[in-house]
Design a protein around this ligand. Structure first.
Ligand code: NAD
Length: 425
């Protein structure tokens, strides 16, 4: 029975991450004990904490921080605020962070955090109090040389600023390197906000060039998710001349076969309720399911896990999928898409732009020496293309798909580093 059927439509992202790992690790000659070690989280923190709401009530929230692996360096990974996030989702995201950092050769391990909450249903004051209390609760786990959080779904630069301030207040001096994805006026990096979307477009562009498509105006792109990753990917692709024909968010999607005017869409969401696409007047409404099955050339899922599954993979018409989101494609869907000849640029490569510029931000913070945006973007491109080349080389070496090649590359690096360090004591 496939993962989808087993889970009666709830697909557990951790099972997906483990299935991907098992597929890739088979190709590697690592000792069995090392393979088992890399498969499990190193440590996990569960916290339940009270927050005073605006009406005077006290509500209890649950949060997590998982360190999957720290062999290559301090652990790095975002914090997600979402109503239904659970420990397995955080474990999966932490594991993907380990592979992502290793793949792009950053001296980081993998981590992830989350708070079970709907950030859009909280006032600004409630969000700040929740964030500061969560930061305080996980201060056992985070430090500028041990574990460095960043934004993910439902969190942003302001939330990172509150975490940085809370940590700094406790320590007694300012510690900008405790988080990345901060506002620029407190030590954030130029180019960080758009880095993940920029990386998605760098990978898309590279894949298309390798496939012989050199005219962006002939390429129709559909993007699911119009948050940090999706909106910047849409804007950067649009500015390069790609025809972005559809975008969507939790409120639904919009389609224009001649290409959307992304600046107009961004101007709309800048002032719409909750910054949602809902009601956008200059395109035809479509559902998220329709977007995934749209007649287009490139599909960029930039929202959630488990969007392309055994149920809908057959309907995908794009010849290239670039995964801005983490875990948007299940292993069953991978099999179907691979059979159909769809090229997939996997999440740990396609969305690694975010953690790469987070690394630049961390380095700049530790050195108190800041780069301009051209330098950031030049180095980002260099890191991603180097990783892309390596994945293609490994793909040919092992005769596997891009996801398995990316995972093989990453797992091999962490496995070999574990052996070099030795087993303590
Ligand atoms: P975000 O909160 O800024 O945006 C998420 C977007 O997804 C929003 O537009 C939201 O409306 C949409 N969405 C939510 N539920 C949806 C649904 N059911 N159908 C369609 N759209 C839906 O989050 P983000 O930071 O853009 O992250 C998106 C994805 O990218 C996540 O998988 C995240 O882990 C991954 N990612 C983010 C970063 C980063 O730097 N922010 C880096 C690497 C990977």
């Amino acid at each position: 029975m496939g993962l989808e059927a087993q889970a009666t439509r709830h697909i557990n992202p951790y099972e997906v991450a483990l299935a991907q790992y098992d597929r890739a690790v088979e190709y590697l000659k690592l000792p069995r004990g090392i393979k088992e070690f890399l498969r499990v989280p190193k440590r996990e923190l569960h916290v339940n904490f009270p927050v005073r709401m605006d009406n005077g009530d006290i509500r209890i929230f649950t949060g997590y921080r998982v360190h999957h692996n720290t062999v290559l360096g301090p652990s790095k990974g975002g914090i997600r605020y979402a109503p239904r996030v659970d420990i397995d989702e955080v474990r999966a995201l932490a594991m993907w962070m380990t592979w992502k950092c290793a793949l792009v050769n950053l001296p980081f391990g993998g981590a992830k955090g989350a708070v079970v909450c709907d950030p859009y249903a909280l006032s600004n004051g409630e969000l700040e109090r929740l964030t500061r209390r969560y930061a305080s609760e996980i201060s056992l786990f985070i430090s500028p040389h041990g574990d460095i959080p960043a934004p993910d779904m439902g969190t942003n630069a302001q939330i990172m600023a509150w975490i940085m301030d809370t940590y700094s207040m406790t320590i007694g001096y300012s510690v900008p390197a405790i988080v990345t994805g901060k506002p620029i006026n407190i030590g954030g990096s130029q180019g960080r906000t758009e880095a993940t979307g920029r990386g998605v477009v760098i990978c898309m562009d590279e894949a298309l060039h390798r496939m012989g498509h050199s005219d962006p105006s002939k390429i129709r792109v559909a993007i699911q998710g119009f948050g940090n990753v999706g909106s910047h990917a849409a804007k950067i692709a649009h500015d390069l001349g790609y025809k972005v024909i559809a975008v969507s968010d939790v409120s639904g999607g919009y389609f224009n076969g001649d290409g959307l005017d992304i600046d107009d869409v961004l101007a709309y969401t800048a002032t719409s309720e909750h910054h949602l696409l809902k009601g956008y007047p200059h395109a035809d409404p479509i559902s998220n399911a329709e977007l995934l099955a749209l007649d287009c050339d490139v599909l960029a899922p930039c929202a959630l896990e488990n969007q392309i599954t055994g149920d809908n993979a057959d309907q995908v018409k794009a010849f290239l999928i670039v995964e801005g989101a983490n875990g948007p494609t299940t292993p069953e869907a991978d099999d179907i898409l691979n059979r159909k000849g769809v090229e997939i640029i996997p999440d740990i490569l396609a969305n690694a732009g975010g953690v790469t510029v987070s690394y630049f931000e961390w380095v700049q913070g530790l050195q108190s020496f800041f780069w301009d945006v051209d330098e950031v973007n030049r180095q980002l491109r260099r890191v991603l293309i180097r990783a892309y080349d390596e994945v293609v080389r490994v793909r040919h070496q092992y005769g596997v798909d891009m996801r398995t090649a990316a995972q093989i590359t990453a797992i091999k690096r962490v496995g070999e580093a574990t052996l070099t360090r030795g087993i303590y004591p």
